[in-house]
Design a protein around this ligand. Sequence first.
Ligand code: NAD
Length: 499
Amino acid sequence: MTTELTHFIGGKRVAASSDCFGDVFWPMTGEVAARVGFAAPADVRTAVANAKAAQPGWAATNPQRRARVMMKFVDLLNRDMEKLADTLAREHGKVIADAKGDVQRGLEVAEFAIGVPHLMKGEYTEGAGPGIDLYSMRQPLGVVAGITPFNFPAMIPLWKAAPAIACGNAFILKPSERAPSVPLMLAELFIEAGLPPGILNVVNGDKVAVDAILADPDISAVGFVGSSDIAQYVYAQGAAHGKRVQCFGGAKNHMIILPDADMDQAVDALIGAGYGSAGERCMAISVAVPVGEETAGRLMDKLVPRVEALKVGPSTALDADLGPLVTAQHRNKVKDYINLGVKEGAELVVDGRDFRMQGYENGFYLGGSLFDHVTPDMRIYREEIFGPVLSVVRAKTYEDAIRLPSEHEYGNGVAIFTRDGDAARDFAAKVNVGMVGINVPIPVPLAYYTFGGWKRSGFGDLNQHGPDSIRFYTKTKTVTSRWPSGIRTGAEFSIPTMK
Ligand code: NAD
C-alpha cells in the first residue's frame, strides 16, 4: 500500500481534508513511493489558528529557554542524520553524502539561532535629552510562513523556520510537494526537542495552499524560495496583502577562469559545482567562462575527460558522483534544453541524453552534458536549465568576462579563478551579483553571514539567515522615556528637537 503523507498541525500529523493528492516519487527507481495530501484553504486556516493560539505563550518564553529548545533540536538532527539523509536522498534523488550536507547546512542555521538571546538584544541610550532615555527592542512578528522548493528539503525549511521560531514567532511551512517527508520529520523532531505544539505547522500542497497563505490576514510575513516567476508572484501578492515578504529565485551562476588560474583546481571546482546534485542547486555553476582562446583550450583538454568520467548512480550508491533528477517531467525538460542547445548552434561536446542506469531503467537519470561555444543570445545561456549541463562561453578579455554575469538577468552567485589578487579584488568589487567566490565555486556564505542573490534571483531587501534573518522575523519598537523626577519643560508646542 502507498504511504500517505499528511499535514503537521498543532503538534501532530493530521490527514488532509481535501481529496486532492500528489504522487511522491523515488527518482532513483521511478516508483511512486507515497502520495501527499494537498491542503485546501480550510487546512491552512486550521494551521494558522493553531499557530495564532500558541504564539503568545512562546513569545513570552524567555529567549534562553527558546535557545535551549533549539540546542536540543540540533542534538536530535545529529542523532537522526543518517535517517534524514536516507529519506531525503530517496525522495530528492541526490546522493547520500550530498543529502547529509543538505541537513547539515540547515543544522548550522539552527546553531546560529541558538544565539537568539544575544541576537535579539536592543539598544539603549541614557540621557538622550534632558532626563530622557531612549531604547529599542525587537519583538516577534506573530505568525509567519515559509514556502520552499524541492531541491533542499531540509536546508531551506530550516533556514526559515529556525530563526523565525527562535525569535518567538509561530511558523507555517509549505514545503515542496515533490519532497515532503523530511519537513514532516523535522516538525516531529522540534516537538521532541520541546517546542510547544502549534509553533511549527507543516501544510503540504500546491498553489492552492500558497494562495491561502498569501491571503491569510493572520500571517504577518512570508519567505519564499523557488523559481523566479513564482518568486515574483509571491512577492507581489504578499505585498498586496500587506505582508513583509522576501523571495529568492532562480540562477545562472558563472565561473570566470583567468589565464593564470590553477587549471586543475578550476576543473575540480567546475566538475563538483556544475554536476553535483545533478545541477539541481541554485548555486550550481552552469556557465564556465575561460578568458582567452589559449585558456579555453587548456580548460577543455582537462574538462572533457572529467565530464565523460562522471559516475551517475542511484542515490544510495556510495560511489556515485550524482544521482537522478527529481521527476521524469524535469528530466525531460532538461533533455529538451539540450536538444535546443544543439539547434541553437552550440557544440555538444559531451552528450548525456541517452544515459541509462542498468537495473534502474525507470529512474529519472541523465548523464552529464557539456556545451562549448555557447553565446549570450542563446536560450540555453539566458534561461536556468537546473540539470547536469554546463555551458562554456569563451570570452576574449577580462572586461568581456565580467560583463556576462553582470548583465545576466539572474544574479545569485559567481566565481572567479585566478592567482591575481588585484584582478580578484576588482572583480569582487565590480561584479553585479549577490554572492562572489574567489577560487571558491559555490560561495554559499556560512550561517552567521546572510545569503541572497540580486536582480531576478532575489525580491525584497533582506537576505536569508545571518543577522538579516533576525531583522526579517522581528519588528523594532523604539521607546522614549522621561520620569516625573526629570526636568520639567512645561507645555511644548513645537516638534521636539536636539537643537
Ligand atoms: P518552484 O518555483 O516550482 O516551487 C517552489 C515552491 O512554490 C513550492 O513550494 C511549490 O509548491 C510552490 N509553487 C509552485 N508553483 C506555484 C504557483 N503557480 N503558485 C504558487 N506557488 C507555487 O521551484 P522548485 O522547482 O521547487 O525549485 C527549483 C527552483 O528554486 C530553481 O529555480 C532554483 O534556482 C530555485 N532555488 C533558489 C534558491 C535561492 O536561494 N535563490 C535556493 C534553492 C532553489
